[in-house]
Design a protein around this ligand. Structure first.
Ligand code: PMP
Length: 341
């Protein structure tokens, strides 16, 4: 059913063997006169285009091969490159489940790809009956599944995802930006079983490194090869590679901070439920919570005036604000402010 050969864009197939970084000398030497760098300074050399050290550490942690990992300039680059590898501009289509992360839409538009937005059900799960015809359409090349989903916070059911992986001719990208906050397992363990699966993760959320702009895609080697072929050679700077390696080598900070946020999340939910203008607090497996209030536009403005910024998601889910779980002090300030209204 699925054949990578049928899915890759023609011009990308023709890039066979091409990668400016791939032609370069790979070992260590005494004198480097190959890359037109300045010999003086500390940041004078180009970064490792293959991010070998990061991939080595991540392959241990995630139980994959290093060759099954792509490192991107944020996971936003994983999304953008997917359009560029698999979708012919002006002809092919991609599919998302709304409401969801806005970047799929932006990247599709930039790449001149039509995006089919299929509404999630009332419990924010996938409607397989409605999806079925699209699974068979030749020009629908990509399906994005955001799990935990932004802005709703829920995990998408495993059964539905497996059904799509088994019955779809195109590429399935599972965006697990928030997976570290969830009790459910990542789909990374399935990349050996599904040649059409790409799992995307990020250092921007639980790892606390949004400023470093580093994300990762996990997939079979053939897909990762395509990603490496299409990416700009030096897509992750040396400073940012260093920051990621430091974090990967001392994971205690990550574990401690993640646990604080999980405790805060479980504290925040009942506190929010007690606020009179709050109508519903949706269940969440992420570091944010979707909250339905009487008037989201108004509450958003009131909070801005009190110097508290939330995300008004009224246009996506009626009268809903998406509220990030902050530090204990920040969360207390929000709850006290809401109590005083
Ligand atoms: N996916 C989802 C679902 C997100 O919410 C975000 C960031 N808001 C991203 C991907 C992008 O993350 P980054 O580019 O920082 O890795």
């Amino acid at each position: 059913m699925f054949s990578l050969e049928n899915i890759v864009r023609t011009n990308i197939k023709e890039l066979a063997g091409y990668s400016s970084a791939r032609d370069e000398f790979k070992g260590t030497a005494e004198v480097y006169l190959d890359a037109n760098e300045n010999p003086f300074g500390t940041l004078n050399r180009y970064p490792d285009p293959r991010q070998v050290n990061i991939k080595k550490r991540l392959s241990d942690i995630k139980q994959t091969k290093a060759s099954q990992i792509f490192i991107g300039n944020g996971s936003d680059e994983v999304i953008d490159l997917a359009f560029r590898i698999f979708c012919e501009p002006g002809r092919d289509k991609a599919l998302t489940f709304s409401p969801t992360y806005g970047m799929y839409d932006v990247s599709a538009a930039i790449n001149n790809i039509e995006l089919i937005k299929q509404p999630l059900l009332a419990d924010f799960q996938i409607n397989l009956n409605q999806l079925q015809p699209y699974l068979e359409m030749d020009d629908v090349k990509l399906i994005f599944i955001c799990s935990p989903n932004n802005p709703t916070g829920n995990i998408i059911n495993k059964e539905e995802i497996l059904y799509i992986l088994n019955n779809y001719h195109g590429i399935v990208i599972i965006d697990e930006a928030y997976i570290d906050f969830s009790t459910k397992a990542s789909f990374i363990s399935e990349i050996e079983n599904y040649p059409n699966l790409v799992v995307s993760q990020t250092f921007s959320k639980a790892w606390g490194l949004a400023g470093a702009r580093v994300g990762a895609a996990y997939a079979n080697e053939k897909i990762i090869d395509l990603y490496n072929k299409v990416k700009p050679p030096y897509n992750v700077s040396s400073l940012n590679q260093e920051a990621i390696l430091l974090a990967l080598n001392s994971q205690t900070k990550f574990e401690i901070e993640k646990n604080i946020l999980l405790i805060e999340r479980e504290k925040m939910i009942p506190q929010l439920q007690q606020i009179p203008i709050v109508k519903k607090v949706y269940p969440t497996e992420a570091n944010f919570v979707l909250v339905e209030v009487e008037d989201a536009n108004e509450l958003y403005k009131i909070l801005v005036n009190k110097k508290i910024i939330t995300r008004n998601r009224n246009s996506l889910v009626k009268n809903c604000l998406r509220i990030t779980i902050g530090s204990p002090e920040e969360n207390l300030k929000l709850i006290n402010t809401l109590k005083e209204l």
